[in-house]
Ligand binder design. Structure first.
Ligand code: MN
Ligand code: MN
Length: 276
């Protein structure tokens, strides 16, 4: 029997970043950290890349900074799933997630989304750009791509985004009240989006919008470990290598890629065993 396969898709665009450019350089930085001899290919649950699952790579998509990028991303994500893989997108800025979720939704229907971020990214219209990286979850919710959205790490909720969260029924676990067990264990099909600025800037300095008082890496991993539903796609976004320090945020992004991949494989095996 062939190994389960997780597939990277590089999305090198920061065209919809509102403040700093740089996330377009992230997919290359994450791949470099992922395959560097400085690290290794073991995940915390003991699974190893290449032994217990395959991690393939569709490469970087030829994005053009135009609205047509979204259709290309969605089509590639859908093609990845139909080839038998589970897609794991490497941003790019967080605007990418709307298009990735569209591609996953085309196969799996309405999703449950677990979203780590300092910011809710629910702006109806940020700086007159509906594709802004401040708005992907408004676009996802208003088009019905997700039936449930749970956000963790949030510590910048303004009145507008609070109203948007109420409008869409978004479940926000505020950072001020966070412990790993305050994040619900979710039903599938589950999509996981990790904006690296959800993690504290002490551990993830290489982001465009650092916000103190964030999640620790261990807390993110604890939330992930508790999730048992089949995971149908994920993204790791908003690494900005221009602000990184000794590549530590790129190394963190690579670790999260490994841990997400291992979780995808673990949960898929468990659901197969449950089905008998
Ligand atoms: Mn953010
Ligand atoms: Mn974000």
């Amino acid at each position: 029997m062939s190994l389960p396969r997780i597939e990277l898709i590089g999305l090198p665009s920061d065209a919809n970043s509102s403040f700093e450019r740089g996330p377009a350089e992230a997919p290359a930085a994450i791949r470099q950290a992922l395959w560097s001899d400085r690290g290794n290919l073991a995940c915390e649950d003991g699974q190893e890349i290449g032994v217990h699952f395959e991690l393939t790579d569709r490469g970087d998509l030829p994005l053009t900074e135009s609205a047509s990028d979204d259709a290309l991303i969605a089509a590639e994500v859908e093609a990845s799933i139909r080839s038998g893989a589970v897609p794991l997108a490497l941003g790019g800025d967080h605007a990418m997630s709307h298009a990735v979720v569209r591609g996953v939704h085309a196969v799996h229907g309405a999703l449950t989304i677990l979203h780590f971020d300092a910011h809710p990214d629910l702006y109806d219209n940020f700086e007159d750009n509906p594709r802004s990286h401040a708005s992907p979850f408004a676009r996802i919710m208003e088009t019905g791509l997700a039936s449930r959205l749970v956000q963790a790490g949030i510590r910048t909720l303004n009145a507008h985004c609070r109203a948007q969260a109420a409008r869409f029924g978004v479940e926000i676990v505020p950072m001020a009240e966070f412990t790993p067990d305050t994040v619900p264990v979710l039903q599938g099909p589950l999509y996981i989006s990790i904006d690296l600025d959800g993690i504290d800037p002490a551990e993830a300095p290489g982001v465009s919008h650092p916000e103190p008082g964030g999640l620790t890496v261990r807390e993110v991993l604890a939330v992930l470990r508790r999730q048992t539903a089949p995971i149908v796609g994920a993204d790791v976004v908003e690494l900005n290598p221009r602000f990184d320090s000794n590549e530590r945020t790129a190394i963190l992004a690579a670790k999260l890629v490994r841990e997400l991949a291992a979780l995808m494989v673990r949960n898929e095996r468990q659901s197969l065993m449950t089905l008998g």
